[in-house]
Write a protein that binds this ligand. Structure first.
Ligand code: SF4
Length: 287
């Protein structure tokens, strides 16, 4: 018996079920298929085609491997520990794992999600908290740029737009390898929230229309395909070509690029990608 192998196999099996739309019934322990019924805030900055695959329950072709899952699990543990510390400090003045639902007349499905914590401050204002952990280049990029990652900022802006009672959001980063730490404060005026919300609703409406009309959206990102698979990076005729990290870590990349993969040739992006590669964090996958 190798306990690590047993744990890894268990994690892979459970994650594959979740990625394919199954949820565990807490009462019976049975896995039940639950079709998607809401838009996730983190989806706003994601690839439209990837969202389409999720909404149409396309079978996941490229789930994370054991290493990826263990990395995500460590991120989850840090979140749990952080929430516990906030509870110790703020007691009844903090709520962990805050659920919210926003319904819009333009959308068939609501926007539904959870953010990490909500604190009632001494100033009688509600402050949201969303901890991000990262490692390697991902945290170095935050450090060097002095800015939050685009995806994280977009996610916080969706939270603020859908929760007008929250005055601002703390966005702390913790480097899992270096323990580098920094924090951003995200605020939006009422007008900015309304404008942003309109953009979010427009994108989600677009996805709903695509699903309704069975019209697969164009790709929002690009990849390097060679010898029947998507590569993070290749050198071809002395030039380096990189896939966008969104494609490199996409759970549907084989499906999305199946035509290009099928001829076992080389397919290069029309122009070199300008997206900065980031190392995978728990944010890119659902556990
Ligand atoms: S492989 Fe890239 S373009 Fe295709 S669905 Fe995934 S992120 Fe989008």
């Amino acid at each position: 018996m190798n306990i690590l192998n047993i744990v890894e196999k268990h994690l892979l099996e459970e994650n594959n079920k979740k990625l394919n739309g199954y949820r565990k019934d807490e009462a019976t322990g049975e896995w039940v298929f639950k079709p998607r019924s809401s838009h996730h805030p983190s989806a706003y900055n994601k690839c439209r085609r990837q969202m389409y695959y999720q909404w149409t329950n396309e079978v996941v072709t490229d789930p994370p491997d054991g290493t990826g899952l263990l990395i995500m699990l460590m991120g989850t543990w840090i979140h749990d520990g952080f929430a516990k510390i906030l509870k110790d400090i703020y007691g009844d003045d903090v709520e962990n794992e805050v659920e919210f639902t926003y319904k819009d007349d333009e959308l068939e499905f609501p926007i539904h999600g959870y953010f990490d914590d909500l604190i009632m401050g001494d100033d009688d204002l509600l402050h949201g908290v969303e901890l991000k952990t990262a490692f390697g280049r991902a945290i170095t990029n935050v450090k060097n740029s002095g800015k939050p990652r685009d995806d994280d900022e977009a996610q916080i802006k969706v939270y603020l737009s859908c929760n007008p009672e929250v005055s601002d959001f703390k966005l702390p980063y913790l480097g899992r390898d270096s323990m580098y730490r920094t924090e951003f404060n995200i605020t939006m005026t009422e007008e900015e929230r309304e404008i942003y919300k309109a953009k979010v609703v427009a994108k989600f409406k677009d996805i709903e229309e695509s699903v309704k009309n069975k019209a697969i959206p164009n790709r929002d990102y690009t990849a390097v395909v060679k010898d029947g698979e998507v590569h993070a990076k290749i050198v071809h005729k002395t030039v380096t070509y990189k896939s966008d990290w969104q494609c490199s870590y996409c759970n549907y990349k084989s499906k999305c690029w199946e035509v290009e993969c099928s001829d076992f040739g080389i397919h290069l992006p029309k122009e070199k990608t300008i997206h900065l590669p980031e190392e995978k964090t728990e944010l890119e996958c659902e556990v």
